[in-house]
Write a new protein. Structure first.
Length: 185
């Protein structure tokens, strides 16, 4: 539906669904269903993590609650500045809660490492991260991530929540974008 903008399908809808199920089972084992900290609090990072967040919540066999944050480090360019701005903060206090940050993708790791530091100052009972995608070759800082769906090559990807200039989020799979779209060759 986007013509030939998508150069290749990197991860299919079926692969995403199977991996989400697998991650959900691993995550559920770490949190007792009736923990004194209350239900596991999923903190989704808007907008990229929306599909993963909702699919993961449905797959998790334990009760969860959802909060969202929006941070910006990108504009519409394709490389991280490391400068993070909170566009939308959490609505609720997370002190004493088990918190799981749900991310779409870790590229340089700069956004996530900033976010982890920020949330940890709010004194959650625990703070872990699950990300659907990670680009190991792009990492510029160490950040502890409990659960990773797929390690992918260092290429710009779109779909399943991920965008380029707000387009392509609605694709049900993860694909690579033809460089002609962002002015490459
Ligand atoms: P860093 O570099 O701080 O960046 O780990 C994380 C955020 O950057 C966005 N990002 C991407 N978005 N395709 C996208 O659509 C990509 O290949 C890509 N790489 C990074 C994303 O918002 C992520 O949370
Ligand atoms: Mg993101």
């Amino acid at each position: 539906m986007y013509g030939d903008d998508i150069a290749s399908v990197l991860i299919t809808e079926e692969q995403i669904a199977a991996k989400t199920q697998e991650l959900a089972e691993l995550i559920a084992k770490r949190y007792p269903a009736d923990a004194p900290e209350g239900d596991l609090l999923l903190v989704g990072v808007l907008k990229g993590a929306i599909f993963f967040m909702t699919d993961l919540a449905k797959a998790l066999p334990i009760p969860t609650q959802m909060e969202f944050m929006a941070v910006s480090s990108y504009g519409s360019s394709t490389s991280s500045s490391g400068v993070v701005r909170i566009m939308k903060d959490l609505d609720k206090d997370i002190a004493g809660r088990n918190v799981l940050i749900v991310e779409d993708i870790i590229d340089s790791g700069l956004t996530l490492s900033w976010l982890k530091r920020n949330l940890s100052t709010r004194n959650p009972a625990s703070l872990e991260v699950v990300t659907l995608l990670r680009k190991p070759d792009a990492l510029r800082t160490h950040v502890d991530v409990a659960h990773v769906g797929f390690d992918i090559p260092n290429e710009f990807v779109v779909g399943y929540g991920l965008d380029y200039a707000e387009r392509y989020r609605d694709l049900p799979y993860i694909g690579t974008l033809d460089p002609k779209v962002y002015g490459g060759s």
